[in-house]
Design a protein around this ligand. Structure first.
Ligand SMILES: Cc1ncc(COP(=O)(O)O)c(C=O)c1O
Length: 501
């Protein structure tokens, strides 16, 4: 090496060291330190949740996801498949990912290709030409559509009717807007313990009528309902629609499970009932429609004056959704639009895929001593767990409601997680949910339950209870259960494949 090169190398090295030591000094001076204890008290006092949000607690989802991460149970809690979505949907996303033009901001009220596709689909379904620019909004999941629909319409002091059991975010969303939730519970027609179907749970007409008054701004409808699986009939929807019209009330219709409806039930969109279009906002979810809950893409459609209100909330909170996800969803919709009537259409095949899983879950719940409520739609099943009360010791759990104690105990001791339904009731009616647990059946792993049943605490006829340790390993090692015959033959028999391509 020449002397000149050697000198410049030494100089460069020295300069680099200087820069490094300056960076270090800067990062030390930027180190985050806590305020002195005397100031901490002031800080905590001043920076609380604002009044509108006071009393907010982590939701059941936050708590139970944490629980699942800690105990690693067979998770039949949250509503999503534990197997891959149909291939054409993930292919669409791959195709979009490799297109360099689809990674920047898109139109705020909805990606043009997607709002076109949504408008085209629902125009067919509701028999009315939808304007994709003014009558459709895409959102960050149905969650955001609900938030924007509620916040965009509910004023301080407005009353909002919520049908119980309800998807748990409705209540805080109404309260944050300054509204007053008025609850009405779906109750079993008969209380003799023979309730078997979600259709047995009904609204009391007189009670419903009594909730409507001058202050009523909206009613939130969810059909098919989560967690019960109830699919509202034409007669029930007509009752709600007539009251909405009589009292000039908005209907926010959460229809995220619109494609999961079991024969002979039919999904009826309340927006299609006479006079309801002008007072209905209908909400959907790509997560539920295409089994891609992680995509968090939703939409709302309705008349332009109502959509304007929710566009304003969306514009000033989120502004625009994720471009590649919207483009991929548009491609998926376009594919389905071309085969709506065929069995291949995912909107038709998903129910067929779920039917045996539903049947399987109902059977094993029954055989293990639960009393299942067979749903007419959706992919959840509520079951009365109290016949098993003698087999469980809930004294180690301290939650106020029994269903929380039961589900937590099950997660920790049996390695099986469900959701406590009291989370889906207002405080006054929570006791109505205490005897139940909600399980999700869009899963393949739960087919192992047949073995679980034979060895579980609840199966009294056979072998000893399993050791509590290594519960998941225990499940994973199992073969298909004796109840395999309940699952139809073919590819779907392991419950892990979408037939749909
Ligand atoms: C009834 C109901 N509405 C809305 C949502 C939210 O849907 P998304 O995941 O699209 O936000 C869910 C999700 O589970 C739901 O069950």
């Amino acid at each position: 090496m020449s002397v000149a090169v050697k000198v410049s190398w030494i100089t460069l090295n020295r300069n680099l060291k200087l820069v490094a030591s300056q960076c270090l000094a800067r990062s030390v001076s930027q180190m985050a330190t806590s305020a002195p204890p005397s100031q901490m008290e002031e800080i905590v006092k001043k920076f609380k949740l604002p009044k509108a949000y006071e009393g907010s607690r982590p939701s059941v989802w936050v708590e139970y996801i944490q629980l699942a991460m800690e105990y690693k149970p067979l998770n039949l809690g949250q509503g999503f498949p534990d197997y891959p979505p149909p291939e054409y949907i993930t292919d669409a996303l791959m195709q979009v990912a490799s297109d360099g033009n689809l990674h920047q901001y898109t139109r705020g009220y909805g990606h043009p290709r997607l709002v076109q596709a949504i408008a085209k689909l629902y125009s067919k379904l509701i028999g009315r030409e939808l304007n994709p620019q003014t009558e459709v909004l895409t959102t960050l999941g149905a969650y955001e559509a609900l938030y924007a629909a509620i916040t965009g319409h509910v004023d301080v002091g407005d009353e909002v009717i919520i049908i119980e059991p309800f998807f748990d975010c409705y209540e805080p969303m109404v309260r944050y807007a300054g509204g007053i939730p008025r609850f009405i519970a779906l109750k079993p027609k008969s209380t003799d313990g023979t309730t078997l179907s979600s259709s047995d749970f009904v609204l009391d007409k007189t009670e419903l009528e009594s909730l409507f008054n001058q202050k009523t701004k909206a009613i939130i409808l969810n059909t098919p309902n989560n967690p019960l699986g109830k699919v509202f009939t034409l007669e029930e929807l007509t009752l709600i629609a007539n009251l909405c019209k009589k009292h000039n009330v908005l209907c926010i219709s959460d229809e995220v499970y619109e494609w999961m409806v079991y024969e002979p039930n039919k999904h009826i969109r309340i927006a299609t009932l006479p006079g309801m279009w002008d007072r209905t906002i209908t909400i959907g979810s790509a997560g539920k429609t295409f089994s891609v809950t992680g995509w968090k893409l939703g939409w709302a459609y309705g008349p332009s004056n109502l959509l304007f209100n929710i566009q304003m909330i969306h514009q000033n909170s989120v502004y625009t959704g994720c471009t590649p996800i919207q483009e991929a969803t548009a491609i998926a919709f376009e594919k389905e639009l071309g085969r709506l009537e065929s069995d291949e259409c995912y909107f038709n095949s998903i129910t067929k895929e779920l039917e045996p899983k539903k049947k399987y879950m109902a059977t094993f719940l029954q055989e293990t001593g639960f009393k299942p409520i067979v749903p007419e739609g959706g992919y959840f099943m509520m079951a009365d767990w109290t016949p098993l009360e003698a087999n469980v010791d809930l004294s180690s759990e301290s939650d106020q409601y029994k269903d929380y104690r039961f589900t937590k105990w099950m997660t920790k001791n049996v390695g099986l997680q469900g959701i406590p339904p009291t989370a889906f009731y207002g405080v006054e009616h929570k006791p109505l949910g205490e005897n139940f647990v909600r399980y999700c059946f869009i899963k393949c792993r739960y087919v192992l339950w047949g073995d679980f049943r034979r060895t579980s605490l609840f199966y009294t006829k056979e072998i000893d209870p399993p050791p509590y340790l290594d519960k998941m390993k225990f499940f994973e090692g199992m073969k298909m259960a004796a109840t395999e015959h309940l699952i139809p033959q073919g590819k779907e028999s392991k419950g892990c494949n979408h037939k749909q391509r």
